[in-house]
Each structure stands twice: as structure tokens, then as C-alpha cells.
Design a protein around this ligand. Sequence first.
Ligand SMILES: Nc1ncnc2c1ncn2[C@@H]1O[C@H](COP(=O)(O)OP(=O)(O)OP(=O)(O)O)[C@@H](O)[C@H]1O
Length: 234
Amino acid sequence: MSSTDTLAIRLSQLRYSWPQQQQACIDIPVFTVAQGERVFLHGPSGSGKSTLLALLGGVARPQSGTIHLLGTDLTRLPSATCNRFRADHIGFIFQQFNLLPWLSAMDNVLLPGTFSARRRHQAGDLRTQAQHLLTQLDLSQALWHCPASSLSVGQQQRVAAARALIGKPEIVIADEPTSALDDARQQAFINLLLAEASSVNATLLFVSHDARLATHFDRTVALADINQPNREPA
Ligand SMILES: Nc1ncnc2c1ncn2[C@@H]1O[C@H](COP(=O)(O)OP(=O)(O)OP(=O)(O)O)[C@@H](O)[C@H]1O
């Protein structure tokens, strides 16, 4: 798989330093993920995982290098276009879920459809897809109209996964979404997430410090093997 167009993610000569820091936090010569691939990326606390995800989401801008997602170089997009691209093509599951606490579980899942006409269109009937995802992710119907703030951590996590998957984004990025769960619930959640990501043919980049979760994925990548922040600038 060599053409940039057939890759979900291609990073090249990507360098990012936080303001006021001399040393790069991210320095990745090359990293690619094929479309439909399910990749587990792990690294210890402080190794730059969240920074890399901020770059992939277009929230942080690199000092140099390129970030191709689905053949589009995010680094060349103006920020409004970049935000639109993210809303249209990427589903995020955040470590703290970032649900709107006053909205119901259902309304949280529907949100991406209000920001993205593409996701709304891809969903067919948005509400029907939301119901399908919540059912598949095992959230009892009795909870669909409860405020997100009243749900348990595990329930909120499944709402966050449904919100990431609605409208069939091509790429789903999950940042430590299982860190608050016990082992059995972690395994169950990952299995549900993988099954649902496959059913919408999404590329999945799952980031965690916990290498024990790696067995579920097509490929495991240690951030330290692709990130070389101590090398001389290219
Ligand atoms: N907003 C920021 N300003 C300055 N430095 C930051 C900022 N956010 C992160 N860093 C630094 O960047 C480095 C990588 O942090 P990052 O949060 O990306 O690591 P991580 O692997 O996601 O860690 P964790 O697993 O604990 O979430 C750390 O040295 C951190 O101090």
C-alpha cells in the first residue's frame, strides 16, 4: 500500500514542540495506517500520545512535516476547513468522553449530525442509526433519554463510542477510553468498539498506555518506535 490516497493516515517528517520548549515532543519520520486497519498505539505517560492525537485532529499545528488523512494534508488547510474536515471524517472518543452533561445520551450521539451534513447524510436516518449504535453498544433503552451526567462511567463510555461512530466517519480515534474501567469491562468495550468500527468499515487508531490491550488489534505500534524526538532535525 504505497499511494497516499489509499492510506487513512500518513505522517511524514512530522515535528511538533510545545511553546517555550526547546526539544520536540513529536518527531515522526514516517507513520502510515491503511484504510480499515485497526491499530493499537501505546506509550508510557508523558510520551506524547495526546499530543499526537491533537495533531491528527488539527487542534495542534506542527512546526514542519505533513499529516495526510484520507489523502488530504491537514497542515495545508485553513483552520475552519480543518475543523470541517475533522467533523466530517473523524470520530473521536476522548479519555474523559467529553459528553455534554445536560444533554441526554441520545442527543449526545446525535450531535455530530448537527455539525456535519456529510455525517448526517451518511447515517441515512440519523435517529435510527443512533438507536442502532446504542443498542449494539449495549446501552439499555431506558437510559437513552437520561442526562449524560446521570450515567455511570461505563455507560458514558458507550455513549461516547456511539457518538464517534455515527454517520460512518472513515477514521475513529480513541484516546485511552478504557482507563476508568476494570479489566472485564475493558475487554467487553474493546470488543464492541472493534465490531462496530468494522461494521462501518472505519479505520481505528486506539491509543493507550496499557499494552495488555494490544491483542485485540490488527497491528500494535509502540510510540517510541515511530517517534524520535531526540534525533537531529532532518
Ligand atoms: N499544553 C501543554 N503545554 C506544554 N507542554 C505540554 C502540554 N501538553 C502536554 N505537554 C507536554 O508534552 C509531553 C507529552 O504529553 P502528552 O500529554 O502528549 O503525553 P501522553 O503520552 O498523552 O501522556 P498520558 O498518558 O499521561 O496522557 C509531556 O512532556 C507534557 O508535559
